[in-house]
Design a protein around this ligand. Sequence first.
Ligand code: FES
Ligand SMILES: [Fe+2]
Length: 412
Amino acid sequence: MLAAEKNHELTQVGPGTPMGEYLRRYWHPIAGASELSSNPVKPIRLMGEDLVLYKDLSGNYGLVDRQCPHRRADLSYGFVEECGMRCNYHGWLFDADGSCLEQPYEDQAAPEMRFKEKIKIKSYLVRELAGLLFAYMGPEPAPQLPDWEPFSRENGFVQIVTADIPCNWLQCQENSIDPVHFEWMHGNWSIRLRNKGEPYGPKHLKLDFDEFDYGLLYKRITTSTNEQDPLWTIGRVLLWPNAFFLGNHFEWRVPVDDTNTLSIGWFYKPVPLDRRPYQQTSIPSWHSPIKDETTGRWISTHVINQDIIGWVGQGAITDRTQEHLGQSDKGIVMFRRRLFAELEAMKSGAPLKALIHEPAKNKCVKLPVAGHSTLPDNGVESKFTMMAGQPEWVRKAQEEAMGQPIDNHGIV
Ligand code: FES
Ligand SMILES: [Fe+2]
């Protein structure tokens, strides 16, 4: 349980709020790079700010205010140029660093006024890595954009999946340090959804929680594992501050505003040995639906969709004054305490957790990996079970990479 003002402090993400200012000090993935190939301009809302993400004709990315500083036109209807993006209303042109490069009529009528030099649009840094576009919205200098080890893996097929989650970021991220939900929300609920009358799956017997440089860890022993199991000796990673890392995939929960979150997943699947060497030429990104439009209910067929049902069910911003935390929630308590300690650290100017400042330390940064490897599972290609709605063209690309058909039987 948390007092109302404490809950408020952890969940508000707008400019000037403590958590909003804190999260702005980290890089966040905001889109798949391939999203901008068909349409180079995308409106995007991040931490309560309405922005426009674009790729100009030279291939440079920009992330700027959505409203034009001239007379406030919507820049998501602007168009890209060789350098930067132009407002479609009166043609003002802006560079990715926010400079105003041209004001067509002002430049013609009164060049001596040098009006454009007085104009600056809000802009943030954008970098591409591993098929993702990351943004940094905090004070300069920006820390390094973390180069996590899986980003340099070879011989794999990667896909990026986004979803719009109508609830606050923190309840999504608390799921990253919640081992017991796996037994019920995925294991036993899936058994019930199959309606086969099967017995429940393995039970959790023992949990442990730990902290390391780049996040927190949870460890479990169940009725089907023992103390030698990597899920006990290594554990699963809550990647600081708003991601979950499971060996072959990442899930970020990026705040859109106080009551909306962008779920963005990066999924690596090793190709079979007889397909190697394999080089992926482009990384697909696609948007996953979370609601079944025919029934109006949340989709429950895929793993992360099940998680999403948990998160949205807790309310737009879950009321933590009404919780009753138990032994299974020790990781949640540890996470919240660490967040409060970090807010204090930010206030006093102390170093913040998991930020990498030195380029030399930011090469293929290793994270704890339990039970996954770059070797294929068993040579048989299976359907994508993580999120609903994989488009046909992505399934085809995956089949092509794997060199074999994917069995989608039983999953939509
Ligand atoms: S409103 Fe954008 S150039 Fe006039
Ligand atoms: Fe889950």
